[in-house]
Design a protein around this ligand. Structure first.
Ligand SMILES: Cc1cc2nc3c(=O)[nH]c(=O)nc-3n(C[C@H](O)[C@H](O)[C@H](O)COP(=O)(O)OP(=O)(O)OC[C@H]3O[C@@H](n4cnc5c(N)ncnc54)[C@H](O)[C@@H]3O)c2cc1C
Ligand code: FES
Length: 268
């Protein structure tokens, strides 16, 4: 069992949870994720590692469906049955030069450890963090400390630049010759980033496909990368954005939408 050391509401429907998990924490690296299962009957869900210290791992999640809503209802002192990780390959960290990190929605959280590591490696780090509205934004102070410039975008203009993260990326690319772009967030956002940077800047994305076991056994997270089948959980989650078959990912992610509408899982 893994005890919840801290729980905090960061923004509308977005929660931080610091979980005691020394074995996961001591091996964790930026870009990796955990699979958690709240209790015996619950399902396993993947969440990115948003921070870690010697004893604990922090996750940040949007309460969107059954498991994440159950998780959001837990309190400090409660425990989580399984908290497995770190899973996936760490994000590539080296001195690229000028790097732009882009996060949309819950994708803002995993940018934090990645930005800290890239800054430490000598990069000039620009971060673009986007959300639909200002009440969905979080961790501005953390992100500011981890980069040279933070650009906030909101679809409705309630904070920062009005528009999408890709509008801000266009501006950053006009003002700077970027050497590397990294994006994490909704697949459509990452696809748009990939389309914009193709033949211009090396771009890596962190794919959030449906994952069940997280260990390469079930095939649920399979994706086509440069025409080859890969499993996002063990071969990724990071991939060359320009080699990803985006249409198949977007379609596969929709495949349980009908079932997910039924909280009872009766199959109707
Ligand atoms: C590598 C990875 C890292 C992720 N990191 C985060 C994170 O840091 N914060 C965060 O809020 N979310 C993250 N997600 C998405 C998160 O796993 C889903 O939001 C969660 O599984 C939803 O479960 P649910 O029962 O609450 O909702 P459901 O109603 O079951 O699903 C809602 C939506 O979540 C997605 N989803 C459902 N089940 C899974 C699954 N087993 N694997 C992946 N996606 C699923 C689908 O798009 C679905 O339509 C990550 C996903 C992956 C693959
Ligand atoms: S989640 Fe099962 S193979 Fe990747």
């Amino acid at each position: 069992m893994n005890q919840i050391l801290k729980k905090q509401k960061l923004a509308e429907n977005i929660y931080l949870m610091q979980v005691k998990a020394p074995d996961v924490a001591k091996n964790a690296k930026p870009g990796q994720f955990v699979m958690l299962q709240i209790g015996k009957k619950g399902e396993r869900i993947p969440l990115s590692i948003a921070d870690y210290d010697k004893n604990s791992v922090t996750v940040v999640f949007a309460a969107v469906g059954r498991t994440t809503k159950e998780l959001a209802a837990l309190k400090k002192g409660n425990s989580i049955l399984h908290f497995t990780g770190p899973l996936g390959n760490p994000t590539e960290i080296m001195d690229f030069g000028k790097v732009c990190l882009i996060g949309g929605g819950f994708g803002i959280a995993p940018l934090y450890p990645i930005a800290k590591a890239l800054k430490k490696a000598g990069n000039d780090v620009y971060i673009i963090a986007g959300a639909r509205s200002k009440n969905l934004l979080f961790w501005e102070d953390n992100l500011k400390k981890a980069c040279k410039e933070l650009i906030i975008t909101t679809d409705d203009g309630s904070k920062g630049m009005k528009g999408f993260v890709t509008d801000a990326l266009e501006r950053v690319m006009k003002l700077n010759k970027l050497d590397h772009v990294f994006a994490v967030g909704p697949p459509l956002m990452m696809k748009t980033v990939a389309d914009m940077t193709k033949n211009r800047v090396r771009t890596v994305v962190s794919l959030n496909t449906i994952m069940l076991d997280g260990t390469g056994m079930c095939g649920s997270c399979r994706v086509r990368i440069a025409g080859e089948v890969k499993f996002a959980c063990v071969d990724g989650p990071d991939f060359n954005a320009h080699a990803v078959d985006w249409d198949s990912i977007i379609n596969r992610n929709k495949r349980y939408h009908e079932e997910e509408k039924h909280a009872c899982r009766c199959g109707k």
